[in-house]
Design a protein around this ligand. Structure first.
Ligand SMILES: O=C(O)CCC(=O)C(=O)O
Length: 276
């Protein structure tokens, strides 16, 4: 049995937070979101899906939907479609940690993805994997290139499939074999807690062995700005919509540049917003 995931309570100590993420690979921030934030998020996602039933079909048939399987429902591109998504993404302790921990390798930080996942009864345990797979040509190392967040919008329990993580399993070559399951531990969390981990840490969604307890997740990622994002944010949040969002969120979506990467007509991509 592996070691349990370190936990921090409010007010989180930024140095301890960064150390745990960088050196141990994962940490749980207790009550990163209030119960009210979680309920608002779930209500808005449910309302959106009820009004747009075609979205569930699209998600189920998508690249990520195929990976997740039929016992997981997802909704992507939350920013611009779900009213509270900006607040959820801009959780300042999490974004602050991402900026600091990614700063050795990038001056700018991007949002990799912001998604909703519901893991239903019958969901299988995933294989241990790293979220850096799509960037597997980047060598591993001491400094992370991306972080992943799994925030519990409903309680994560051992029975409903709380995320498994293998502490200290990060930093190896991208094609490293997964560690043994005996080293993995489950991140059981109450509604509002958030698991923050290096994207090169081995982890997996657990099996949901309950009869009716759907595990509901708000998941997002942050990355160095010189890698391509999973979610094509400037398509899902085009300039006219981005113009209405907080500047920090626009930057995270990609209306920003890292040196000469991401320029718009040779200049700052924010110039596209002025014309929108
Ligand atoms: O379900 C979880 O808690 C983790 C999900 C995950 O790692 C994935 O879908 O890639």
């Amino acid at each position: 049995m592996g070691k349990s995931v370190p936990r921090l309570t409010r007010p989180y100590d930024p140095e301890e937070l960064d150390r745990l993420v960088r050196d141990r690979g994962a940490v749980i921030l207790e009550q990163a979101y209030s119960p009210q934030d979680c309920e608002t998020f779930l209500r808005q996602v449910d309302e959106f899906l009820a009004e747009h039933p075609e979205e569930a079909d699209y998600a189920a048939g998508s690249v990520l939907g195929y990976f997740q399987g039929s016992t997981t429902s997802t909704l992507h591109s939350l920013v611009g479609r779900i009213d509270c998504a900006p607040k959820m993404v801009l959780q300042s302790d999490i974004v602050g940690c991402a900026r600091r921990v990614l700063s050795p390798l990038s001056e700018t930080v991007l949002l990799t993805i912001a998604e909703y996942m519901a893991r239903e009864p019958g969901a299988h345990r995933q294989e241990l994997h790293c979220d850096t797979y799509s960037w597997r040509h980047v060598p591993g190392g001491e400094n992370p290139i991306a972080l992943t967040v799994m925030a519990a919008m409903s309680d994560f329990t051992a029975a409903n499939g709380a995320t498994w993580v293998v502490l200290d399993s990060h930093g190896g070559p991208p094609d490293a074999a997964p560690p043994d399951w005996s080293e993995a531990v489950q991140a059981e969390m109450s509604q509002g807690d958030a698991l923050l981990f290096r994207a090169d840490l081995f982890h997996a969604g657990g099996a949901n062995t309950t009869a009716s307890d759907v595990r509901r997740i708000f998941s997002m990622g942050f990355q160095v700005a010189w890698l391509r994002q999973v979610e094509n944010s400037t398509l899902s949040v085009p300039p006219a919509k981005a113009a209405e969002l907080p500047p920090e969120l626009r930057e995270l979506l990609g209306y920003s540049h890292e040196l000469v990467l991401g320029l718009y007509k040779g200049g700052h991509p924010a110039n596209a917003l002025k014309q929108a």
